[in-house]
Design a protein. Structure first.
Length: 192
Protein backbone atom coordinates (compact mmCIF):
# COMPACT_ATOMS: atom_id res chain seq x y z
CA UNK A 1 0.00 0.00 0.00
CA UNK A 2 2.83 2.44 0.84
CA UNK A 3 4.49 1.77 -2.52
CA UNK A 4 1.22 2.50 -4.37
CA UNK A 5 0.77 5.71 -2.37
CA UNK A 6 4.32 6.73 -3.23
CA UNK A 7 3.79 6.11 -6.94
CA UNK A 8 0.53 8.09 -6.93
CA UNK A 9 2.23 10.95 -5.10
CA UNK A 10 5.07 10.95 -7.65
CA UNK A 11 2.63 11.03 -10.58
CA UNK A 12 0.70 13.88 -8.95
CA UNK A 13 3.93 15.80 -8.28
CA UNK A 14 5.16 15.42 -11.85
CA UNK A 15 1.82 16.45 -13.35
CA UNK A 16 1.66 19.51 -11.09
CA UNK A 17 5.24 20.60 -11.77
CA UNK A 18 4.55 21.09 -15.50
CA UNK A 19 1.73 23.57 -15.93
CA UNK A 20 -0.74 22.94 -18.74
CA UNK A 21 -1.66 25.90 -20.90
CA UNK A 22 -4.25 26.11 -23.67
CA UNK A 23 -1.72 27.96 -25.85
CA UNK A 24 1.98 27.22 -26.41
CA UNK A 25 4.49 29.03 -24.23
CA UNK A 26 8.12 29.74 -25.04
CA UNK A 27 10.96 30.84 -22.79
CA UNK A 28 13.39 33.47 -24.08
CA UNK A 29 16.56 32.92 -22.04
CA UNK A 30 18.82 35.98 -21.72
CA UNK A 31 21.77 36.82 -19.51
CA UNK A 32 19.47 39.27 -17.72
CA UNK A 33 16.74 36.72 -16.97
CA UNK A 34 13.98 34.75 -18.68
CA UNK A 35 10.92 36.02 -20.51
CA UNK A 36 7.96 33.65 -20.87
CA UNK A 37 5.72 34.34 -23.85
CA UNK A 38 2.29 32.90 -24.62
CA UNK A 39 1.57 32.42 -28.34
CA UNK A 40 -1.87 32.51 -29.98
CA UNK A 41 -2.00 29.95 -32.81
CA UNK A 42 -5.79 30.10 -33.16
CA UNK A 43 -5.61 33.82 -33.94
CA UNK A 44 -2.30 34.12 -35.84
CA UNK A 45 -1.73 30.56 -37.12
CA UNK A 46 0.81 31.26 -39.87
CA UNK A 47 2.95 33.56 -37.77
CA UNK A 48 2.93 31.25 -34.74
CA UNK A 49 3.70 28.20 -36.90
CA UNK A 50 6.69 29.95 -38.47
CA UNK A 51 8.00 31.24 -35.12
CA UNK A 52 7.64 27.82 -33.47
CA UNK A 53 9.44 26.15 -36.37
CA UNK A 54 12.39 28.51 -35.79
CA UNK A 55 12.31 27.82 -32.05
CA UNK A 56 12.24 24.04 -32.54
CA UNK A 57 15.10 24.18 -35.07
CA UNK A 58 17.32 26.11 -32.63
CA UNK A 59 17.54 29.11 -34.97
CA UNK A 60 17.41 31.57 -32.07
CA UNK A 61 20.20 29.86 -30.09
CA UNK A 62 22.95 32.46 -29.49
CA UNK A 63 20.94 35.27 -31.05
CA UNK A 64 20.33 38.70 -29.48
CA UNK A 65 18.19 41.70 -28.70
CA UNK A 66 19.95 44.46 -30.67
CA UNK A 67 17.39 47.19 -31.32
CA UNK A 68 15.55 49.40 -28.87
CA UNK A 69 13.11 52.29 -29.07
CA UNK A 70 12.80 54.60 -26.10
CA UNK A 71 10.59 57.65 -25.82
CA UNK A 72 13.52 59.93 -25.02
CA UNK A 73 15.93 58.64 -27.69
CA UNK A 74 13.88 58.50 -30.89
CA UNK A 75 12.42 61.18 -33.14
CA UNK A 76 9.21 59.15 -33.39
CA UNK A 77 6.24 59.26 -31.05
CA UNK A 78 6.36 56.02 -29.07
CA UNK A 79 4.59 55.72 -25.77
CA UNK A 80 7.27 53.56 -24.17
CA UNK A 81 9.02 51.71 -26.96
CA UNK A 82 10.12 48.24 -28.00
CA UNK A 83 13.01 45.82 -27.80
CA UNK A 84 13.76 43.91 -30.99
CA UNK A 85 15.63 40.65 -31.37
CA UNK A 86 16.43 37.75 -33.62
CA UNK A 87 19.33 36.59 -35.76
CA UNK A 88 20.05 39.78 -37.71
CA UNK A 89 23.22 40.61 -35.77
CA UNK A 90 24.38 37.06 -35.10
CA UNK A 91 23.46 34.84 -38.06
CA UNK A 92 21.87 36.99 -40.75
CA UNK A 93 22.99 34.58 -43.49
CA UNK A 94 20.63 31.92 -42.08
CA UNK A 95 17.70 34.25 -42.67
CA UNK A 96 18.36 34.51 -46.40
CA UNK A 97 16.95 31.03 -47.08
CA UNK A 98 13.87 31.41 -44.88
CA UNK A 99 10.65 32.24 -46.75
CA UNK A 100 8.54 35.27 -45.92
CA UNK A 101 5.64 34.77 -43.52
CA UNK A 102 2.20 35.56 -44.91
CA UNK A 103 1.10 38.77 -43.17
CA UNK A 104 -1.63 38.41 -40.53
CA UNK A 105 -2.75 41.94 -39.67
CA UNK A 106 -4.26 43.03 -36.38
CA UNK A 107 -7.53 43.49 -38.27
CA UNK A 108 -7.51 39.73 -39.04
CA UNK A 109 -6.26 38.47 -35.67
CA UNK A 110 -7.76 40.93 -33.21
CA UNK A 111 -4.35 41.02 -31.47
CA UNK A 112 -3.19 44.56 -30.85
CA UNK A 113 0.14 46.10 -29.93
CA UNK A 114 -0.38 46.65 -26.22
CA UNK A 115 2.13 46.37 -23.38
CA UNK A 116 3.87 42.98 -23.62
CA UNK A 117 2.76 42.07 -27.16
CA UNK A 118 5.26 40.13 -29.28
CA UNK A 119 5.11 40.87 -32.99
CA UNK A 120 7.11 40.17 -36.14
CA UNK A 121 9.45 42.89 -37.37
CA UNK A 122 9.77 43.51 -41.09
CA UNK A 123 10.71 46.21 -43.60
CA UNK A 124 7.55 45.86 -45.72
CA UNK A 125 4.16 44.18 -45.35
CA UNK A 126 4.52 40.46 -46.02
CA UNK A 127 8.31 40.46 -45.64
CA UNK A 128 8.63 39.22 -42.03
CA UNK A 129 10.99 36.30 -41.50
CA UNK A 130 12.79 35.81 -38.18
CA UNK A 131 13.01 39.14 -36.36
CA UNK A 132 10.55 40.01 -33.60
CA UNK A 133 9.86 42.78 -31.12
CA UNK A 134 8.18 43.15 -27.74
CA UNK A 135 6.11 46.25 -26.95
CA UNK A 136 6.59 48.30 -23.82
CA UNK A 137 3.42 50.31 -23.39
CA UNK A 138 0.62 50.51 -25.92
CA UNK A 139 1.87 50.95 -29.48
CA UNK A 140 -1.28 51.44 -31.56
CA UNK A 141 0.78 52.94 -34.41
CA UNK A 142 1.84 49.33 -35.18
CA UNK A 143 -1.78 48.18 -35.67
CA UNK A 144 -3.76 47.98 -38.89
CA UNK A 145 -5.30 51.34 -39.74
CA UNK A 146 -8.87 51.41 -40.96
CA UNK A 147 -8.55 54.74 -42.75
CA UNK A 148 -7.45 55.02 -46.39
CA UNK A 149 -3.69 55.01 -45.72
CA UNK A 150 -3.42 51.32 -46.57
CA UNK A 151 -1.23 50.77 -43.53
CA UNK A 152 -1.26 47.03 -42.75
CA UNK A 153 0.61 47.28 -39.44
CA UNK A 154 2.68 44.47 -37.96
CA UNK A 155 1.77 40.86 -37.18
CA UNK A 156 1.19 40.46 -33.44
CA UNK A 157 1.16 36.81 -32.39
CA UNK A 158 1.52 36.55 -28.61
CA UNK A 159 2.05 38.31 -25.30
CA UNK A 160 4.55 38.20 -22.47
CA UNK A 161 3.14 35.88 -19.80
CA UNK A 162 5.87 36.60 -17.23
CA UNK A 163 9.11 38.54 -17.29
CA UNK A 164 8.05 42.07 -18.23
CA UNK A 165 10.49 43.21 -15.55
CA UNK A 166 13.24 41.60 -17.65
CA UNK A 167 11.90 43.28 -20.82
CA UNK A 168 12.05 46.66 -19.04
CA UNK A 169 15.53 45.89 -17.70
CA UNK A 170 16.72 45.08 -21.23
CA UNK A 171 15.14 48.25 -22.61
CA UNK A 172 16.94 50.25 -19.92
CA UNK A 173 20.40 49.20 -21.12
CA UNK A 174 22.65 51.85 -22.67
CA UNK A 175 21.79 52.70 -26.25
CA UNK A 176 22.22 55.34 -28.89
CA UNK A 177 19.56 56.01 -31.48
CA UNK A 178 17.76 52.71 -31.94
CA UNK A 179 20.69 50.38 -31.12
CA UNK A 180 21.96 48.95 -27.87
CA UNK A 181 25.59 49.83 -27.15
CA UNK A 182 26.06 46.10 -26.48
CA UNK A 183 23.73 43.41 -27.82
CA UNK A 184 21.71 41.57 -25.19
CA UNK A 185 22.46 37.89 -25.75
CA UNK A 186 19.59 35.47 -26.21
CA UNK A 187 20.99 32.12 -25.09
CA UNK A 188 18.06 30.28 -26.64
CA UNK A 189 14.32 30.26 -27.07
CA UNK A 190 12.63 27.01 -26.13
CA UNK A 191 9.14 25.60 -26.02
CA UNK A 192 7.95 25.15 -22.46
Amino acid sequence: MNRLTGILFLILFISCSHPHYDNPHVIIETRMGDIEVELYPSRAPKTVAAFLSYVKSGLYDNSSFYRVLKTDETPYHFYSGIIQGGIWKTAVQKGTIIPFIVHESTKQTGLFHIDGTISMARPDTGSAKTEFFICLGNQNEFDYETDDTGKQGYAAFGKVFSGMDIVRKIQGQKSHGDSFDEQIDIKKISLQ
